[in-house]
Design a protein. Structure first.
Length: 395
């Protein structure tokens, strides 16, 4: 309440003339009051009655007005109420001492009030600044929070988009692999059934001509014999290419036979000695899984031939109730370490490694590559359901 009144007065006293006017009015009021009370107090306690005017002026009106008030109060007191009256002359030591005490007390009050006012003003400024800083901090904090939440939602959105795109890419690459397998199967069949049949017919015709070679000149007979050899070589090559593109045994008899046949052919062509260790009870697996395992073995052995420099390799398949593990090991020079780190962090390795990984991913499997100079092991593990019987062949 007092503080509110005080602040209202302070606001009113913001202009200088108003402060001087008020100091004058208050001093005049207390001088008049002093006059009214004069019969009671006389000059017993000089200046005491006008001190409230000094206190008021010092507190509310500031330095200049309060000094003016002090001087006017002194003059008024001296002129009207301290003998000899109606003169400003100070007579005698007690009066002089009284005047000195009056000035000392007044100045103390004025200095105290002024100091208090300055400290209060400084405090108010500091408080204002602090409040402003606090408000600014609050605003910055809110702004930051807003930005963080915006960024978070943007990131979430990007994440969702990325995940969707990754899914699309994965679906696409798995579809591509599937289409590649289908295409290879189709070309293999075409080669075998169409080109292969024509070449076989050509071979038969050449054999017929060879049987009649007595009627030919020696040169023509030699040409026919050479052509018959070329045709049988061509037929063999078409068969090999067709089998490499898609081993017919894989669909018909299953992974075990297809692998045995492929490994034999690979060893013969590459002159790399390959051991094959397969479980006796492997049975039939889902067709896509058999194709995937066959293609992985094919890629691994091609890598051994192309990159390792090894003269031997081992292919092992082990199967537990719910997992199948395939290992292809060689005794070659090993994968260079920079290629290994690229392979480990799924970087831009060759198509072979990422293709194998992609094939395995479709079945929830994974690829592990460990390589040191002298040995490289590529291991694929994939979950399998209970072994399926031979009845699954026709499925
Ligand atoms: N058995 C291996 N021995 C040595 N290096 C290998 C072997 N297998 C793979 N690599 C290295 O890893 C790289 C990636 O293999 P891959 O993804 O199959 O690509 P590509 O065979 O097309 O080069 C190869 O380029 C080769 O340097
Ligand atoms: Mg390769």
């Amino acid at each position: 309440m007092l503080a509110r009144m005080n602040s209202r007065i302070q606001r009113w006293l913001e202009s200088k003339p108003q402060r001087y006017a008020l100091a004058l009015a208050v001093t005049a009021f207390f001088l008049v009051l002093r006059g009214v009370l004069d019969p009671v107090i006389g000059s017993y306690v000089p200046y005491l009655a006008v001190l409230p005017a000094i206190v008021f002026s010092a507190w509310f009106c500031g330095l200049g007005p309060s000094i003016l008030s002090m001087l006017l109060a002194f003059l008024g007191e001296q002129y009207w109420f301290i003998p000899p009256f109606h003169t400003l002359r100070i007579s005698g030591t007690p009066d002089r001492a009284g005047a000195i005490v009056y000035f000392l007390v007044s100045l103390t009050i004025i200095i105290f009030a002024e100091t208090t006012r300055r400290i209060t003003a400084k405090l108010a400024t500091t408080t204002d600044k602090l409040r402003e800083t606090g408000e600014e901090l609050g605003r910055s904090h809110a702004e930051l929070e807003q930005r963080v939440s915006e960024r978070t939602s943007q990131l979430q959105q990007t994440n969702v988009e990325l995940r969707t795109q990754t899914d699309v890419v994965r679906q696409l690459s798995s579809r591509l692999l599937q289409m590649q397998d289908e295409e290879r199967r189709r070309i293999a069949r075409e080669l075998h059934d169409s080109v292969g049949q024509i070449v076989a017919a050509l071979g038969m015709n050449l054999s017929a001509v060879q049987r009649e070679s007595d009627h030919l000149s020696p040169d023509a007979a030699a040409d026919v014999a050479e052509s018959a050899n070329l045709v049988s070589e061509l037929s063999r090559q078409i068969r090999t290419i067709s089998h490499l593109l898609h081993p017919p045994l894989l669909d018909e008899v299953g992974l075990v036979s297809a692998l045995q046949h492929y490994v034999e052919g690979f060893a013969e062509r590459s002159k790399i000695q390959v051991s094959l260790d397969l479980p006796t009870d492997l049975g039939r697996l889902p067709p896509e899984m058999e194709t995937a395992i066959f293609r992985i073995v094919q890629e691994c052995l091609t890598n051994v031939h192309r990159h390792s420099g090894s003269t031997s390799a081992a292919v092992r398949i082990a199967k537990t109730a719910n997992q199948l593990r395939l290992e292809v090991q060689d005794a070659g020079k090993g994968i260079p370490s920079e290629k290994q780190s690229e392979i480990a962090c799924h970087g831009k390795t060759g198509v072979g490694m990422s293709g194998m990984r992609e094939r395995l991913r479709q079945f929830g499997g994974q690829l592990e590559v460990t390589s040191v100079p002298g040995q490289t092991v590529v291991a694929a593990t994939l979950p399998v359901r209970q072994a399926q019987g031979k009845s699954a062949i026709s499925a």
